[in-house]
Design a protein around this ligand. Structure first.
Ligand code: PXG
Length: 462
């Protein structure tokens, strides 16, 4: 029988050791491994507050909250303690077969306190992708139970990100992902409300209305009696922080209401305060039937996802549905739920949502906007603590770089090498720092962003 090799103490490994082992054995998510092997991985060893530290001890401001999740910041002993205490008490038990445990029950009930009144039920999953898979199945079940099985089409948006399982990758609107997956039938993609990416002949408000009406056009094309649901992120995250014009969501809500279509607000990034309200739906005034969540519910300290299910749907599933053959081993994992409970208490006690809405949000937004005068920046935008800037070749007339030039990645590399993590989505640089960011850290983020832009410009001119 093979045994685990007797390795040296992991603490004694050098950065090079980690890089070597990583290269030999570890397949990374969303990664071109040949390319990675040429460059080698950046080994992140620890974190504190809003900073991560690499294996060489470099201190880097985390302008992305990990992957949009460490909203309460790193180093929260309270979350560590919550997990440890729960693991001592009951490290695992399931919620199948007529069982339940206190952390899952407590969390489900707390979540319904902070969400809109139509939400009185929560189903747990392990991730955002699993949450969206759950919704695909619940949507189908709902319409079947209402004896409208022909309502099968889910309308989503181009360039949306809803996760990486087969169902979630189909819902998402990323063409390269579609090319690499088996796709579910009955998902139709409409244009996204990306004003800067349009020809900008319409005003943002007129453009927002026009993009919402694309949803109505699809409904009319395929037949309203065939459409089951519409799914959208309140602000598209992984697609490049696409902030819709204010006219967009009210019109989408009107259309869903008019045609009786279920509205799914994907809150995996926007949930739990990123926009300064509990949910993006609260910020934009929509009244969704489903809200998938993950990430910020535990500030990323343990994996947990789930789905808010509105009374409209839950009543049908419960009263008429019998057994719903769906669930995960880790649906409502006790330690993850205990961390989520502690995390929600932190958000509330430290008034972190109010902080995003009234203090650090407006402060960083104003500082971020100052980058607009940089020769490489065609637009800056930010809502709550979720922002983007668009790199352009020339401003008047506005011209972008050829995609294959990779200016975005070049800029991102300068940023991280100079002490701030921001992400590049093509030539869009995005930002989503922890809610605990101080004013001084916000200044540092923007100063380092400007330095990264200067170094990128110098490369381009050199
Ligand atoms: N919905 C949304 C809106 C997301 O942003 C998911 C669902 C899927 O969640 P899980 O937990 O299955 O990953 C996400 C995830 C990026 C990036 O590059 C974004 C996500 C995941 C990985 C990378 O910005 N979002």
């Amino acid at each position: 029988m093979a045994a685990i090799e007797d390795r040296t103490d992991p603490v004694a490994r050098t950065r090079e050791d980690w890089q070597e082992l990583d290269r030999e054995h570890h397949l990374h998510p969303f990664t071109d491994h040949k390319d990675l092997h040429r460059k080698r991985s950046r080994i992140i060893a620890r974190a504190e507050g809003c900073y991560i530290f690499d294996a060489d001890g470099n201190r880097i401001l985390d302008g992305m909250s990990g992957l949009w999740c460490v909203n309460a910041g790193y180093g929260r002993e309270e979350l560590v303690e919550a997990a440890a205490a729960q693991m001592r008490e009951l490290p695992y038990y399931n919620n199948f077969f007529q069982c339940a445990h206190p952390p899952a029950i407590e969390l489900a009930s707390m979540l319904t306190d902070v969400s809109q009144p139509q939400f009185n039920h929560v189903f747990f999953a392990g991730s955002g992708s699993e949450s969206n898979d759950t919704i695909v199945r619940m949507v189908r079940r709902y319409w079947d139970l209402l004896e409208q099985p022909e309502r099968r089409i889910i309308i989503s948006r181009k360039n949306a990100y809803h996760g990486s399982t087969v169902a979630a990758a189909t819902l998402g609107g990323m063409t390269p992902m579609h090319e690499q997956t088996v796709r579910l039938p009955d998902v139709v993609h409409v244009d996204q409300p990306y004003w800067f990416g349009s020809d900008r002949t319409l005003s943002p408000d007129a453009f927002g209305l026009a993009m919402a009406r694309r949803v109505e056009e699809v409904i009319r094309d395929v037949g309203a009696d065939k459409v089951a649901a519409f799914i959208g992120e309140p602000v598209q995250g992984a697609g490049g922080v696409i902030i819709p014009p204010d006219t967009y969501w009210p019109e989408v809500q009107r259309i869903c209401d008019e045609y009786g279509i279920l509205l799914i607000s994907d809150e995996v990034i926007t949930g739990f305060g990123r926009l300064g309200e509990w949910f993006g739906a609260d910020y934009y005034g929509t009244r969704p039937d489903f809200m998938p969540f993950a990430k910020g519910v535990t500030s990323g300290y343990l994996p947990l996802g789930g789905v808010f299910v509105s009374d409209r749907v839950a009543d049908v599933l419960i009263e008429r549905g019998g057994e719903f053959y769906h669930g995960y081993t880790y649906s409502g994992h006790p330690a993850a739920c205990a961390v989520a409970i502690a995390n929600l208490r932190i958000l509330q006690r430290e008034k972190l949502l109010e902080r995003v809405r009234d203090d650090i949000g407006p402060y960083l937004q104003a500082r971020w906007a100052t980058l607009a005068d940089h020769p490489l920046v065609g637009e800056t935008r930010m809502v709550g603590l979720m922002g983007a800037l668009e790199l352009v070749k020339t401003k008047e007339p506005m011209e972008r770089f050829p995609a294959k030039q990779g200016v975005g990645v070049q800029c991102r590399d300068h940023l991280v090498n100079n002490g701030v993590v921001l992400r590049a989505v093509g030539d869009t640089i995005i930002c989503a720092p922890p809610f605990t960011l101080t004013h001084a850290e916000a200044d540092e983020l923007v100063e380092k962003a400007r330095l990264g832009l200067d170094l990128t410009l110098r490369d381009l001119e050199g």
